[in-house]
Design a protein. Structure first.
Length: 304
């Protein structure tokens, strides 16, 4: 596995892979890798001949009171996991390599980013899209893989690729879960034992949404009400930031489940802000059957 830290070196590696006729698959990460990232790397491997990953904790996507300075990190473990997954090249730039001190250009999306996490983390998706655009320009992948756990991020990247004509296929991969349903996340490391147990309330509420839908409920207010009740039960207390039902395509709130609908939530459990979601109902735009909520699909969608 090649490890490179400069834009020029990464570009050189990608150019070499291309000269050898290889398709490049790419998984951008912020490190503190877990089984969810491994699954993204495996999907990239299936879709491409050369797998590149990046580890870069992107300061531009953290708010001033967020966890940038304490974001979990374990470089030795990350390298071992990447080697184990057969990553061909790992790009690990320093902040100064990625951002000029007087930078003044960013990527801003104005529709899909308005709600859900976008409403609670001002500037977050601007930071995400800017760094993903830069990474796409540096790595020049044919295929990039993002996890459905960060569904809004993944949909925004698809929108950016469409609207700015990046020649990249964006694959959205199923969320990988712990045995009790908790979605894998680097931020799960913030949870103490009681909080860790309590954190299963997110996926439990999503399973409830799916069960209600399967029983014929289509009114999202009724489903969301039951989800909130289910999350509120138990100790230690948790704080719901949002629980929402939005259209998969537009991410706009929906009153009834008539098309593929994303039930999404953000909940603070102790020091951790956790997010999760499930896609419920309808037939996907590609004519696929409805997704199973605890193993959401849309495993291979490109926008439009
Ligand atoms: O999902 C993440 O880890 C980050 O938001 C990403 C896509 C690597 C951009 O910094």
């Amino acid at each position: 596995m090649k490890i490179v830290g400069t834009v020029a070196a990464m570009r050189g590696v990608s150019a070499g892979a291309r000269r050898d006729g290889k398709r490049i698959g790419f998984v951008p990460t912020m490190g503190a890798l877990h089984a969810g990232h491994c699954s993204l790397l495996r999907i990239a491997r299936q879709a491409a001949d050369f797998v590149a990953a990046s580890i870069f904790v992107n300061p531009a996507q953290f708010g001033p009171d967020e966890d940038y300075t304490r974001y979990p990190s374990d470089a030795a473990r990350d390298l071992a996991l990447c080697r184990g997954e057969g990553v061909d090249c790992l790009f690990m730039p320093a902040v100064a390599e990625m951002y000029a001190p007087d930078r003044s250009v960013a990527v801003e999306e104005t529709a899909l980013s308005a709600g859900l996490c976008g409403a609670f983390r001002p500037g977050h998706f601007r930071g995400v899209l800017t760094v993903v655009a830069k990474l796409f320009n540096i790595v020049q992948p044919d295929v990039a893989v993002f996890g459905q756990k960060d569904a809004q991020q993944a949909r925004l990247v698809q929108r950016m690729v469409r609207d700015l004509d990046f020649p990249v296929r964006v694959v959205i991969a199923p969320t990988v879960r712990e045995p009790d349903g908790l979605a894998m996340s680097s931020r799960n490391a913030y949870l103490g034992p009681a909080e860790r147990k309590r954190a299963a309330c997110l996926s439990r509420s999503l399973r409830l949404a799916a069960k209600l839908h399967a029983a014929g409920e289509r009114d999202t207010a009724a489903i969301l009400g039951r989800m909130r009740e289910s999350i509120a039960k138990g100790e230690p207390p948790v704080t719901i930031e949002y629980v929402a039902a939005v259209d998969w395509e537009t991410l706009a709130p929906v009153a009834r489940v008539e098309r593929p609908t994303l039930f999404a939530l953000a909940v603070r459990v102790g020091p951790a802000r956790l997010i999760d979601n499930a896609l419920v109902g309808g037939v996907t735009p590609e004519g696929r059957p409805p997704c199973r909520p605890t193993i959401p699909c849309h495993g291979d969608t490109t926008e439009d």
